[in-house]
Design a binder for this molecule. Structure first.
Ligand SMILES: *Cc1c(COP(=O)(O)O)cnc(C)c1O
Length: 367
């Protein structure tokens, strides 16, 4: 038996990070997923049941599931190119219709392991980049919307975006005034789904395997006509991006769990976990810790640790390496390590795993 608290020997404090397996499902979700494997299911019926759950959860008109959000991006863009035209769908990714440009702000050209620009291009569309990495305004957007051949506006709601945040409500209204549909990549924003539906965006894309902890599934909610056009892609490029029966059954169980979640109790639990971690981390020489709110408005804080390399004995970058390279393997959010900052996402972690991280932080100092 291993002495590490996670049976895999890996503690993921890096968030819903795909290369580490994203999230941990509850027993009920794991059970629903596993059970589906030994049964036959009519996939179209599962999609209908899932759609009702998605409507109830999000307040949107319609819903559908794909393999994952990367797939949803490609298929949502394809839907904006072809609508439900079978011939056009069958010809993708070759597309010679008049409207094939997809507007995306420069600061939203994220890379989640794949460049979002490639996910757009896979459909046959052509990305059309607006503004600079640091900023773009509604005026920049309006100029671009006036160009010929705009099929859709794609906006990303994520920690990964750069530059000033734009008001999505205003951006959606502007695009609609030019009859351009809006796709919102909100992969990790499931907690904010109702607020995002209220922006009036046409298609909102969410990963069921992130904070909802389902098996890998791309959830799409939005306008009925656009959802119908996404669904129609299953007879074309969407074949390689379909949701499986086990994903659909797992996602249904995850939606049920989310619908019955006591959010205020959940928030209180997360807040208590983060604050306890911050208090203990502050007792370690060379570390200053505080609770940092999520920049996109997710309902939890992450402990942020500032490492004073002289007092602590190594830099934040070296500390992240040490944590990652000896058992239990601890992965943290280290994109700000050059500014001496490390972030810890504790949401899926058990108390003993938080303690194991704190123990290692104290030991690494003495190394
Ligand atoms: C995770 C993520 C994706 C990719 O989602 P998958 O479901 O893993 O394909 C796309 N966009 C953003 C902003 C993400 O955070």
């Amino acid at each position: 038996m291993s002495h590490s608290p996670a049976s895999s020997g890996l503690i993921n404090a890096r968030g819903t990070f795909t290369p580490l397996g994203v999230s941990r499902s509850s027993a009920a979700i794991a059970h629903a997923t596993a059970n589906a494997l030994s049964e036959f299911h009519k996939i179209s019926d599962l999609q209908i049941t899932l759609e009702s759950a998605l409507q109830k959860w999000s307040g949107a008109e319609a819903g559908f599931a794909t393999h994952c959000t990367a797939a949803s991006i490609t298929l949502a863009v394809a839907a904006c190119l072809t609508s439900t035209d079978q011939e056009a769908i069958a010809s993708l990714p070759h597309y010679d219709g008049a409207h094939r440009k997809v507007l995306i702000p420069a600061g939203h050209c994220v890379n989640y392991g794949q460049s979002i620009l490639q996910a757009i291009r896979l459909s046959g569309a052509k990305p059309y980049i607006v503004g600079s990495e640091h900023s773009y305004s509604l005026q920049d957007l309006e100029e671009a919307l006036k160009a010929d051949g705009i099929a859709a506006l794609l906006l990303v709601s994520s920690r990964l975006t750069k530059g000033d945040a734009i008001d999505f409500n205003a951006a959606v209204a502007l695009a609609h005034s030019y009859s351009v549909p809006v796709i919102l990549d909100a992969a990790a924003q499931d907690f904010r789904v109702r607020e995002l539906v209220e922006t009036d965006a046409d298609l909102i894309l969410i990963s069921a395997q992130k904070y909802m902890a389902a098996p890998t599934t791309g959830l799409i909610v939005g306008k009925a006509s656009h959802i119908a056009a996404v669904k129609a892609q299953e007879a074309g490029i969407g074949r390689a991006m379909k949701a499986s029966k086990e994903a659909l059954m797992g996602a249904l169980a995850a939606l049920e769990e989310r619908l019955s979640l006591d959010l205020s109790a959940w928030k209180a639990e997360q807040s208590e976990k983060a604050h306890h971690f911050v208090t203990s981390a502050n007792e370690i020489k060379g570390i200053t810790a505080w609770a940092e709110p999520d920049s996109t408005g997710l309902p939890f804080d992450r402990p942020c640790l500032k490492v004073d390399s002289d007092l602590y004995g190594c830099s934040a970058t070296e500390l992240a390496d040490r944590l990652r390279n000896s058992s239990p393997y601890i992965w943290v959010i280290d994109h700000l390590a050059e500014q001496s900052l490390l972030l810890f996402e504790l949401v899926p972690l058990k108390q003993e795993e938080c303690k194991a991280i704190l123990d290692r932080l104290a030991v690494s100092q003495r190394d």
